[in-house]
Design a binder for this molecule. Structure first.
Ligand SMILES: *Cc1c(COP(=O)(O)O)cnc(C)c1O
Length: 388
């Protein structure tokens, strides 16, 4: 093989751990192994201080005023669960209605389904051809019983970035809480919880060169003070919202990953945008009928999602032995159902069956991307010949 043995282009599913992140984590497995809650002694204190430094780093990257507003969890899935189930329970007196959107991650959609089983009401807003909700439809969906709007910051399949600031303003104006799943956005595009009126925000380390199994939930403490019922009960860790001994190495790694992202985000994004544009143009030139899924400009810099006409993506990706791209999100590629996100764009089933997702990242090189485009084009042409 000419460029590298294996070309990983699925950075919207997960990213490798940055070696600087790993270095920061390692001492916390062996040398500084204390329980961050056991502050009767220095071992615990050292762990606790490392956790608090990471909490500051997490707060900083999303513009949170107080580090206390960060609650550590096992990842964005758990954060979404706490946000939706916890707010629904805590604000049951105020109302029973939640507004979300059809292209959300399953972590949000499955929580909404559960809430419906529990007797709550959920409105699933549709999206336009770019994956954007209509703000007037959002306004019209709100009722006096609405307690929460949950709209993802950036879509994990098509990369579309929601008009978060406008949604936040609408939520604030109507006295409704606003939660956003920002697993794909934090560390990749600017996120400002105050400016955007975000009340709850889910994030994860492993989409931003941190380790898997660690994430967090931002919970606003002022204007308004958001209250959330716990989903996990136990020792009262994390202000009682998420009991369980803290994953100190994971938390340290996430803090470091976000610190690095904060410094590199702008330059990385510029490079990724150029790469994505180049790959898209080459695919269009060489294959003709290639449609971009998602918004042309309001999108994640490192994501490309296209449908190649007549080419089923399942058949395409199995031909790419040494190139990792995906047919949809990691969570749905275990099933045969085509992506609920691409289907929601309204172009029909075929468009969903033909969708491939490419996610570039920190350790890719230009030559790898050229190689991947050649590989995709060759495989697509081979399939076209087979089928005609
Ligand atoms: C990856 C992802 C999740 C799940 O995050 P985990 O930390 O793996 O649980 C949730 N939402 C979105 C948008 C994601 O991209």
């Amino acid at each position: 093989m000419e460029v590298a043995d294996y070309i990983y282009l699925d950075h919207n599913a997960t990213t490798p751990v940055d070696p600087r992140v790993l270095d920061a984590m390692l001492p916390y497995f062996t040398e500084v192994f204390g329980n961050a809650a056991s502050i009767d002694h220095e071992a615990g204190h050292m762990a606790m201080r490392a956790v608090e430094t990471a909490r500051e780093q997490c707060a900083r990257i999303i513009g949170a005023v107080e580090p206390k507003e960060i609650v550590f969890t096992s990842g964005a899935t758990e954060s979404d669960n706490i946000a939706l189930l916890g707010v629904a329970e805590r604000y049951a007196d105020k109302g029973d209605h939640i507004v979300t959107c059809v292209t959300e991650h399953k972590a949000v959609l499955d929580c909404c389904q559960r809430l419906e089983q529990l007797g709550k009401r959920v409105t699933y807003l549709p999206v336009d051809q770019y994956g954007l909700i209509d703000l007037d439809q959002l306004r019209n969906a709100l009722t006096p019983q609405t307690i929460l709007i949950s709209i993802m910051f950036a879509n994990n399949e098509i990369g579309t970035i929601a008009p978060v600031k406008e949604i936040g303003a609408i939520a604030r104006e109507h006295g409704v809480l606003f939660h956003t799943d920002a697993a794909q956005a934090v560390g990749h595009v600017p996120v400002e919880v105050d400016e955007m009126n975000i009340d709850l925000l889910s994030f994860s380390a492993h989409k931003t060169y941190g380790p898997k199994g660690i994430g967090g939930l931002y919970v606003r403490r002022r204007n308004p003070r958001v209250k959330v019922a716990p989903v996990i009960y136990g020792g009262g860790h994390e202000l009682g919202l998420r009991s369980g001994t803290l994953n100190v190495p994971g938390i340290v790694g996430m803090g470091k990953a976000f610190e690095i992202a904060r410094q590199q985000m702008k330059t990385d994004a510029k490079k990724y945008r150029e790469w994505i544009q180049m790959m898209y143009e080459q695919l269009c030139e060489q294959l003709g009928d290639v449609a971009l899924n998602g918004h042309p400009t309001q999108r994640l810099p490192h994501n490309l999602n296209v449908s190649i006409k007549g080419i089923e993506s399942k058949s395409l990706v199995v031909q790419l032995k040494n190139i990792a791209i995906s047919t949809g999100s990691a969570c749905t590629s275990a099933t045969v159902e085509p992506s609920h996100v691409i289907k929601a764009l309204g172009f029909g089933e075929d468009r969903a069956h033909n969708a491939i997702r490419i996610g570039v990242g920190r350790y890719n090189q230009q030559e790898q991307l050229d190689y991947a485009v050649r590989g995709i084009v060759t495989a697509a042409r081979r399939l076209q010949q087979l089928w005609t």
